[in-house]
Design a binder for this molecule. Structure first.
Ligand SMILES: [Zn+2]
Length: 287
């Protein structure tokens, strides 16, 4: 009995110590975060942000030439924040959660995400949902070319080869539920980094349980009963309608297969892969 109490006590003490340690470890970057948020607040407080305020907040400074400043200000009372409308899922491709947190708090890496979920299911939040994280790179989905501005980025601690742990996926599902509820994100707008950057990124990889997510309302999935597409169906049109960037057709096909038909690793269309695509295409066009 005492042994159990002792173990629980030391376990709690270790947890407490590690949480203090990480608080101390990130105390400096937490201060930088707060300062940067204050600078952004200064920008949006003004009707016309000044180049000085923009530069201080790390935003591209508007050119002075051709800048109109002769507007008459009439502040409306009806507005709120612009909100995220997509969720992009990633795997970290790193060896430890500490390595990932360090990457996201070093200025020189120029990368970040809103959330990181470790293998024990613990969720780290790195910035406010309304702010723009740097996770999508040159991604493109449908007509959205600035995916960072429109999305929440979630990183899963996974090296890209290992299976995802049950607790990690369970906590991801509850986070997705919160985000979908808070921002009314459409079901089809839960996508992967590999989907928006074909040929460049593969995360969250072939081990990611997309079907399970879709069953909970996060992302599309195909029906059990499929039909053969008509001869007039052009698979590249289908991929484009789903959202894929088809400028590199091979990369788009491989990205699609990684997500929906991970057993296939070639760019050739099999009857099954074509039927899956046609089914999703019909779904997307009838949403
Ligand atoms: Zn990624």
């Amino acid at each position: 009995m005492w042994k159990v109490v002792y173990l629980v006590y030391t376990g709690a003490a270790i947890l407490l110590m590690s949480s203090c340690a990480s608080k101390k470890q990130f105390a400096e970057t937490n201060k930088v975060y707060e300062k940067q948020v204050e600078q952004l607040a200064e920008v949006i407080k003004q009707p016309l942000p000044t180049p000085h305020a923009m530069a201080a907040a790390g935003l591209p400074s508007p050119g002075l030439e051709g800048q109109r400043t002769d507007f008459e200000w009439v502040g409306t009372v009806n507005f709120n924040m612009r909100k995220p409308n997509f969720v992009v899922l990633h795997h970290t491709a790193q060896d430890s959660i500490q390595q990932t947190l360090r990457t996201f708090t070093l200025e020189r890496t120029q990368v970040s995400a809103h959330y990181v979920i470790d293998k024990t299911g613990k969720v780290y939040q790195l910035l406010n949902d309304y702010l723009r994280a740097w996770h999508a790179g040159n991604g493109r989905w449908g007509s959205v070319t600035d995916v960072n501005s429109a999305s929440i980025g979630i990183e899963l601690d996974n090296n890209g080869l290992e299976p995802y742990s049950e607790i990690q996926i369970a906590n991801l599902l509850s986070l997705l539920d919160t985000l979908k509820t808070n921002y009314k994100i459409p079901t089809e707008n839960f996508i992967g980094h590999g989907d928006i950057a074909p040929g460049r990124k593969v995360d969250p990889g072939v081990n990611f349980p997309w079907k399970r997510l879709a069953e909970k309302g996060f992302g599309l999935w195909y029906d059990d009963i499929l039909q053969t597409p008509p001869p007039s169906f052009n698979p590249l049109d289908g991929l484009r309608i789903l959202g894929y960037d088809t400028r590199n057709a091979t990369a788009a096909i491989l990205a699609f297969k990684r997500h929906y038909v991970p057993t296939e690793t070639t760019e050739e269309w099999t009857p099954f892969a074509l039927s899956v695509l046609y089914n999703l295409y019909i779904k997307k066009t009838t949403l």
